[in-house]
Design a protein around this ligand. Sequence first.
Ligand code: A2P
Length: 350
Amino acid sequence: MGYRVAVVGATGAVGREILRILAERNFPVDEIAALASARSTGREVSFGEKVIKIQNLETFDFTGWDIALFSPGGAVSAKYAPKAAAAKCLVVDNTSHFRMEPGIPLVVPEVNASALKKARRGIIANPNCSTAQMMVVLKPLHELFGIERVVVSTYQAVSGAGKSGMDELFSQTKGSFVNDAPTVAQFTKQIAFNVIPHIDRFMDDGATKEEWKMAVETRKILDPDIKVLATCVRVPVFIGHSEAISIECRKPIDLAKARNALRNAPGVILRDEREDGGYVTPVECVGEDDTYVSRLRIDPTVENGLAFWCVSDNLRKGAALNAVQIAESLDEQKLIGKDSILWQPAPKPE
Ligand code: A2P
């Protein structure tokens, strides 16, 4: 038996990828609804071999729908995800809106799929794109060496800012060849032929919200005691986030054991050849499901330090793929449907 599945934000960069991945991985779909704003009503999107018409989220009734995968932006999720959950349609939300709220599991299935059964508000959060790819790599290393501190610099693709971010890089790049002055709208400065050390808004301590998200989400997903210093940078790449990561651990690092653990970790591929081209760059990971690790080496400047490079398709593992993997894991754990334990009242504490 399949499910009635809604995709919210279906005309966007992540929404389209969710539709593609649901079809590609044969998620058990009986009926699909593609939802977006009133602006897009009647437009068409693809779902496998089928073409489906966009419906208006504002007037859509979630009653009788089993699961909805949301990526319409934080403010829209804030309003409509609770409405879907009230109609017993389980929500997997890709925005940052609910991630840190109690009673809302934040899940990377390779790392903490067991947290899904704690969803008591009918909403499950998908982590930030940069956090998701870092989690699948840190998990096996944390099990081996006990990570205490992470220092990470990100090189984030413009698709992380949605379709309009991609359009801006494209038009600035094209414009530069005919001497057009760049039009800056989605980013704070010119992004073509440039890098911008600023993603999301500034916080009081000088960090950006993107950097804060990487720290708090790592602690919610992997271990509340891990300290994270992140510097998040937007780069002129369309798809594929890169990260330079250094970790400090409780136990001494054994490089051979680290390699072995990464080779066996689900969702991770180690490609580390220590020669020209023996590492993975973002253009090579587009359309791929795995997170690639390269440049693995001891950090001799601290005790028990390890450094590496990690890249992943931010629209897939960083967003759509992780959301679909959450749906698959919910299905495996029999948590979808109106009779699921997720809709029962929470057991009273003893
Ligand atoms: P629309 O195309 O109708 O604006 P991206 O992050 O790539 O920009 O995509 C955002 C997605 O969220 C799009 O599908 C967009 O639909 C959708 N969206 C934005 N605002 C709303 C809204 N108020 N109601 C429903 N969907 C929305």
